[in-house]
Design a protein around this ligand. Sequence first.
Ligand SMILES: Cc1ncc(C[n+]2csc(CCOP(=O)(O)OP(=O)(O)O)c2C)c(N)n1
Ligand SMILES: CC(=O)[C@@H](O)[C@H](O)COP(=O)(O)O
Ligand SMILES: [Mg+2]
Length: 617
Amino acid sequence: MSILEKVNYPEDIKKLSISELYTLSEEIREFLLYNIANTGGHLAANLGVVELTLALLYTFNPPEDKIVWDVGHQCYVYKILTGRKERFATLRKLGGLSGFPKSKESIYDSFDTGHSSTSISVALGFAIARDLNHKDYNVIAVIGDGALTGGLAYEGLNNAGRYNGKLLVILNDNQMSISKNVGAIAKYLSKVRTQPRYFKLKKATDELVANIPFVGEKLNQLVRKLKGGLKYILFPGMLFEALGFEYYGPIDGHDIKRMCEVFENVKNLIKPVLVHIVTQKGKGYEHAERFPEKYHGVPPFDIETGNHLTDTMSKSFSEVLGDKLCELAKENQKIVGITAAMPDGTGLTKFAKMYPERFFDVGIAEEHAVTFAAALAKEGFKPFVAIYSTFLQRAFDQIIHDVCLQNLNVVFCVDRAGIVGEDGETHHGSFDISYLTLIPNLTVMAPKDTKEFEMMLDFAAAYHGGPIAIRYPRGTTKIVGVYEPISFGKSEILVEGSDLAIFTVGRHVSMLYDIIKENNLNVTLINIRFLKPLDVELIEKMTKTHKKILIVEDNTVIGGLGEKIKGIIAEINSLNLVKHIGLPDKFIQHGSISELYSLLGLDKENLKNVIMELIAD
Ligand SMILES: Cc1ncc(C[n+]2csc(CCOP(=O)(O)OP(=O)(O)O)c2C)c(N)n1
Ligand SMILES: CC(=O)[C@@H](O)[C@H](O)COP(=O)(O)O
Ligand SMILES: [Mg+2]
């Protein structure tokens, strides 16, 4: 029987010897590889935190002690060892385990995450709540070097540094965000890791700290004295020291014994402590070690070859963006490309290679990306800012205050709009039509397929009337093959009929087009194209010529396309029968896009039935 078979909860880990923990770490890696090859998921980050998770569970006592995983994509090992091993094959599947921490899934998951850089703020909140409740458990934030590029992390550090209670931050430094980590902090961490003078002294102090036999205030005083005396020589760790943290590290994050010793010795310090561990992303699986970016978030893959098992025949919207932007940038020297740590996901890698001086990966810093773009636009540049719909939520105020207020020529490429699938509730782009269309000066467009996306990018590149957002889904859609030229604020009529008028947007255009063509229906289909400004004239005309109206969108029904069209109909006192299908006013679980569409009534079969019923009435 393997050790993993006997281990289900943290108390089982605590019974193991250190050498058994090493054996267990190898078994966990095999288990992860086997399962993620089937389900897909965040492989590389989890392979990197196997030993860290074991050391944490060996030292601390969740759920009483609260472990807060930043982003949360690296929580798989923790899930396996906190009672969820048997369900692990259901990871990211409909009704199965989530790929992120979920407090409704387990009492061991202290806080729900998915978006980056929240852990320090959360941990500080937990620590202060604990103090106010006169309790005495540990609170541990685990933050990656990528997540440490996010501004929210610094807001957390700024406040945590003046806190004088028990708080542990573990910095998991693997030199990678999804891509290579970027920016001055990444450079700083690399200096910390490599300065030889520092390494020598680090070993000496680590050993002293790890071997100090007493605890509490006496230990606290000794450590302070020891580190205070060395502070000028220990220059690299001084950033965190200056922010009010006791800094320990860098420590080998695959050395379980060492981490257990250090965690044991710092866990009773009554002040904020930062332990800096160094790990290898993708550890133990050669393909992931060599190409951690490719194995950050993977679809199902072949373990032997490492090949992803997905259809890569048709170009995704993101790839189209990358290619088109390269083409546009050739013509227009003022075009610059900006990403917030997602060059690959947004398709900008090719642009980065072709135009390195005009490409900016700003780290996980969506707010900064938008304000930075605003200033570039102010100086006559044409920034294309490619950010996922869900992450752009972070920059809502910057879009309003820094870009739209001054009507600046920034193009927002809003990727992953609508349902994204297996990442689930934290990642669906459910809200962008609502949060973008309420902003003055902002034009909001949505293509029906990748060909129309190219047309919209051409339009946006040539447009100088202010900011434009183009929202498009994950992956691709069927090519419709029929295109009117893009004209500002104008929708496109794809099919004309008299029984029903359907207004729709994005992914659903091709689905509804197929339903109409396959069933030879006498129905009008309108590809809305511009969500702002809406083609009010056409909408009014259609409501006069059609008694029945159907609106379909994969945005929340609150503030989406449907509410806007219903508002126009109400204003002209037209008495149409209107049916509106969109995302319900709730957070939507994980599962494949097609499964979720079926559950939400946004799939082809349901939409066909709805149309048939409306026509028959
Ligand atoms: C606000 C926000 N922007 C972007 C992302 C996408 N994202 C998920 S993980 C990740 C990289 C995280 O790097 P790091 O914290 O170092 O963790 P690692 O994967 O290296 O362990 C990014 C950019 C996100 N989750 N949240
Ligand atoms: C954890 C995280 O936020 C990203 O890794 C995200 O899962 C990427 O999604 P895509 O696979 O759609 O690029
Ligand atoms: Mg990292």
